[in-house]
Design a protein around this ligand. Structure first.
Ligand code: NIG
Ligand code: FE
Length: 415
């Protein structure tokens, strides 16, 4: 996984595969990477004391990748929406359910009533599952509070989670998820609240690195989204946007105009949008788990985007409404068979380009000297078998900055 960042077009699938490879990890960083022999030589050059205390993990021919970087999740939520799942199976659409007061708003009602310890315990259990499936970094959005107290509470929980365990969390403020019920008749007043009070407060307290907006039919218009994102940028926040998921509403163009880090979903973009995105540095984050879970066949035109030279990333969109999976291996399978990405393209999109979209490509997303030792090992002989044998967890061991955060065998690695 050595190579340029971001990866576009033909550089996307260049994995730089090393056979019989090895890595030397020192103080949580990659100190050497290459063939077993090369790494052995690098180890020989260490001071004798360090050599004596080196622990060795034999991966026994497994596949090692950079830990997955899941650059789009709604980590903090209070409960599943399994009732809506059944309603959709029997004919209702996502938007019909949302218009009837379900959807995001049903999660909002539950989150407001949930206790912080419960929300935290749930998120911690999810983080363990992320690690168990080979993910080492997640972006996590607020957006199920939608009033100042509940949004700030969600961001405080994210901060605690970040400080209290090894998993890396990148916080995003999504106060503009949908218009909350209190503002149903006066959405502009909610946009005012976000721009004048909430965003400045979130930025001043350093509670979120990114600001996101759901710019779509039934959520926020392009004009409202522009106001919100411009206010966030003025407060020093970086930008992401949920765009063109339900309809082609112009969110992708807005992302380009405002130099957003990422435009996510993009199911409904057209050829001109693709050309514009390809010329920009906006990362196109595709979320094939949503279409799968919603039973839709309107996939984003991933092949065209890659061929035009756009920066393509993959993420789960882990959330209770449209994508209740946190398994990036499953996302790779969907990217391959539904979006026609090759396994190599999908892996680079789920690691290197996703890290780029989180402004962390200098530190994570590939296995190169000097980067964090964030690694996932898989019980397969060929990396393509990770998406090929779909729907099961292949992950054997996950390391975050060189520390074991998941070990499928249960026994201690590295004796
Ligand atoms: O990314 N589209 C907006 N937000 C989520 C869905 C959230 C929900 O339904 O709870 C998404 O798909
Ligand atoms: Fe989302």
């Amino acid at each position: 996984m050595r190579g340029p960042t971001p990866r576009r077009g033909r550089t996307l699938p260049e994995l730089g595969l090393v056979r019989d490879g090895a890595l030397l990890i020192r103080n949580g960083r990659i100190a050497a990477v290459g063939t077993g022999r090369e790494v052995e030589r690098a180890w020989q050059r260490l001071p004798a004391k360090e050599r004596a205390s080196t622990r060795k993990i034999d991966a026994e021919g497994r596949v090692a990748l950079p830990g997955f970087v899941d650059s789009h999740t709604h980590l903090i939520f209070p409960a599943s929406r399994v009732k809506e799942y059944q309603q959709r199976i029997t004919g209702a659409t996502y938007e019909q359910i949302a218009r009837a007061g379900g959807g995001v708003l049903s999660t909002v009602r539950k989150l407001r009533a949930a206790s912080s310890p419960d929300l935290k315990a749930r998120a911690l259990a999810c983080l363990r599952q992320f690690a168990a499936h080979g993910t080492t970094t997640v972006e996590a959005k607020s957006g199920y509070g939608l009033d100042p107290a509940s949004e700030i509470r969600t961001l405080h929980l994210l901060r605690q989670l970040k400080n209290e365990q090894r998993f890396e969390i990148v916080a995003t403020f999504l106060g503009a998820h949908v218009v909350p019920p209190e503002y149903k008749k006066k959405p502009e007043a909610y946009v005012d609240l976000l721009c004048r009070k909430l965003i400045p407060r979130v930025a001043a307290e350093g509670l979120a690195e990114y600001c996101d907006v759901f710019c779509d039919r039934g959520a926020f218009s392009v004009a409202q989204s522009r106001r919100i994102l411009t206010a966030a940028r003025a407060c020093g926040m970086k930008l992401r946007i949920h765009a063109e998921q339900l309809a082609r509403s112009g969110g992708a163009r807005l992302a380009i105009e405002l130099h957003a880090a990422s435009a996510d979903h993009l199911e409904w973009i057209n050829a001109a949008d693709i050309r514009a995105l390809a010329k920009s540095d906006v990362c196109c984050t595709l979320l094939p788990g949503c279409c799968f879970h919603l039973g839709l066949s309107d996939h984003p035109p991933a092949r065209k985007m890659i061929e035009a030279g756009a920066i393509v990333a993959l993420a789960t969109d882990f959330n209770p409404g449209t994508c209740p999976t946190l398994n990036m291996q499953m996302v790779l399978s969907l990217a391959c068979s539904q979006l026609r990405m090759t396994p190599a393209e999908a892996i680079a999109a789920a690691t290197s380009n996703a890290a780029f979209s989180l402004s962390r490509a200098h530190r994570i997303g590939s296995l190169e000297v000097g980067k964090d030792a964030d690694l996932a090992f898989f019980n397969v002989e060929d990396y393509r078998e990770i998406p090929y044998y779909f729907g099961v967890n292949h992950c054997w061991l996950t390391l975050k900055r060189g520390q074991v955060i998941w070990n499928a065998d249960g026994r201690r690695q590295g004796r």
